[in-house]
Design a protein around this ligand. Structure first.
Ligand code: GLY
Length: 590
């Protein structure tokens, strides 16, 4: 286990923000006591703060960051660079995202000073029943029984999102943007330690599909070794067709037929059809923005619960003085933990695809409602003994809480281009390696397991129950923070429902505690998603754990495997950082 070298000096003053100096102790990272499989951590690598004059990219893999940088340096827009990066990530980070999955894009268009979002979330096939993940006895399936195979596959949205984003904001020809990925797939890429480790850990599931087995294991069943050179000519051919013909090469014709065959012949079989693919639509939605102190935290509204939960937590926290308490104070973490618990209680009851179920977004973010929730945490000095969802709209009727287990996976791309356009996109195939079904060199998602497994409980409907054509609730939180009407921070992370806490902490670290992005992303995480207080076993957390237990929390030291990628827009330059917990890389692209 490499040492976690946290050497934090007094913070450099930030031009736009109130600076605050906090010293964090250096502590080796102990062996994690818990592994939130399957996309587990694969080591810690301290990363630098990267600066640029105008253009920057941060992705989860050096190949993808280089491809995006090349596009930006050729005069491409942030969207062009994203397309190149996403195509490369399909090849080099297949466990996390790809053209067989879905994504949310938050985009600041500089010329019109306009923020928008594109929803490329997977949809439930029209033939999928609401009890897809219930067994014959009426009980929810075990998670991996639900994930692995055709049953969990939703209609992929990423290719159409790339296309729609390019139609609106692309500058270079669509076809050019796939060249780096196609070249790499034909010539071969070096398998990263993270990919090799995750393949090895996932052998039992990945080897069930003959195409995945052939791709990820040799004839003796040995997993792809780190450092080996891997080609993927099938993916090169698929990307080549998409680059020439556009999205119809994916949503119709031979590739669509291959996806449907794979899903329907898998065991268990799923419900994806040619009509589901042909009918897939990306939805442009107004961004969801919530105030926090002098900032606006903007991102994806439903079907994501990400920005809604972030807005609620930060809205509650705006009633306490985090800046004065600082990152080493148990009070700060009590406020953050209990505000998160309150938001997760609401999320479990209300958050879903608002095209199918009323989601009271305005009421859940209303200042009076959040002031009432904030009173619960400010009036006490110990952990809230229990937490219940609020009733911001009593007429909404009773609902049952969601039941959808969520595991860390996914990837995040942050880009700013030379024109000042800013892009925050979180992209996923859900679980590590998705459904484990491989078609034409790419993996199909298992996004349908983001629906509640139980459609109802005790006769009450669950908002996030599966319905044909519906999009499963997400926690993905691609974020752009606005300050004085302009982007200040581009941020996001993978991590299932932990994404909300990861992004939250990175925002608090920067906005309240004055850290630069490198410092912010290297802090040990503390999360509360409604169960235990999860603490990364490092740095200040080692001392904080006893204090939090004293306050009444059920604390748990555990690996918290974020993949935060952030860019900060200063007056005259950009700074950026990639999470030390994964293989990401920030690159200046001037
Ligand atoms: N599948 C991860 C998410 O959407 O939250």
């Amino acid at each position: 286990m490499p040492l976690m070298l946290l050497t934090f000096l007094l913070l450099a003053p930030l031009t736009l923000l109130p600076a605050r100096a906090d010293t964090i102790t250096s502590t080796p990272m102990p062996t994690p006591v818990d592994t939130p499989a399957p996309e587990a951590g694969t080591g810690w690598r301290t990363k630098p703060l990267v600066t640029a004059d105008k253009a920057m990219v941060v992705t989860a893999n050096p190949y993808a960051s280089r491809a995006a940088r090349q596009v930006l340096q050729q005069g491409g827009s942030a969207v062009d660079a994203m397309i190149a990066a996403q195509a490369v990530l399909t090849l080099v980070e297949p466990q996390s995202s790809g053209i067989g999955g879905g994504a949310f894009l938050v985009y600041w268009q500089q010329q019109q000073a306009r923020l928008t979002t594109l929803d490329g979330r997977e949809t439930a096939p029209m033939a999928a029943p609401e009890d897809l993940f219930m067994d014959e006895g009426g009980q929810p399936l075990a998670f991996f029984d639900a994930v692995v195979g055709g049953r969990s596959v939703g209609t992929p949205g990423t290719v159409m999102l790339m296309w729609q984003a390019h139609q609106r904001y692309g500058t270079l020809p669509w076809r050019e943007l796939f060249k780096p990925a196609i070249t790499l797939a034909l010539n071969g890429f070096t398998v990263s330690p993270r990919l090799a480790r995750l393949v090895e850990k996932d052998q039992a599931y990945l080897a069930r599909d003959p195409d995945s087995r052939r791709y990820f294991f040799d004839e003796q069943g040995r997993p792809l070794p780190a450092g080996s050179t891997k080609t993927n000519p099938l993916l090169a051919a698929a990307l080549s067709r998409i680059s020439i013909e556009g999205p119809s090469a994916f949503y119709q014709g031979a590739l669509a037929a291959a996806m449907v065959d794979k899903v329907r012949q898998a065991s268990p079989a799923g419900h994806l059809s040619l009509t589901d693919l042909a009918d897939y639509r990306v939805k442009e939605r107004a961004p969801l923005c919530a105030p926090y102190r002098q900032y606006r935290i903007c991102g994806m509204g439903p079907p994501s619960s990400g920005t809604l939960a972030l807005g609620q937590i930060l809205g509650i926290l705006s009633h306490v003085d985090l800046a004065t308490a600082g990152p080493n104070s148990p009070d700060s973490w009590r406020w953050i933990a209990d505000a998160s618990r309150l938001a997760f209680a609401d999320r479990n009851l209300y958050a879903a695809d608002s095209d199918f179920v009323p989601v009271p977004v305005t009421e859940l973010l209303a200042p009076d409602y959040l002031a009432g929730r904030a009173k619960l945490i400010a009036d006490d000095s110990v952990a809230l003994p229990q937490v219940s969802p609020g009733t911001p709209v009593p007429s909404l009727g009773r609902r049952a809480p969601d039941h959808s287990p969520e595991f860390p996976s996914t990837t995040h791309i942050s880009i700013v281009d030379a024109e000042g356009n800013a892009l925050s996109m979180t992209s996923t195939i859900e679980n590590g390696f998705g459904s484990r079904l491989m078609v034409q060199g790419f993996l199909l998602n298992n996004e349908l397991t983001d629906f509640s497994f139980s459609p109802s409980r005790n006769g009450l409907p669950v908002a996030n129950r599966l319905e044909p054509g519906k999009r499963p609730r997400s926690s993905m939180s691609p974020t752009i923070v606005l300050y004085q009407g302009k982007p200040l921070l581009v941020m996001g992370s993978p991590g299932g429902s932990s994404i909300i806490g990861y992004v939250l902490h990175s925002l608090i670290n920067v906005l309240d505690w004055g850290m630069n992005l490198q410092e912010a992303l290297h802090q040990p995480h503390v999360l509360h998603r409604g169960g235990t207080l999860e603490m990364e076993p490092a740095g200040r957390n080692l001392a904080l754990q006893a204090a939090m237990a004293e306050l009444g929390y059920d604390t748990r030291l555990t690996e918290l495997n974020s993949g935060l990628h952030g860019i900060m827009l200063h007056e005259n330059h950009l700074s950026a950082a990639a999470d030390p917990r994964r293989e990401g890389m920030a690159l200046a692209a001037d």
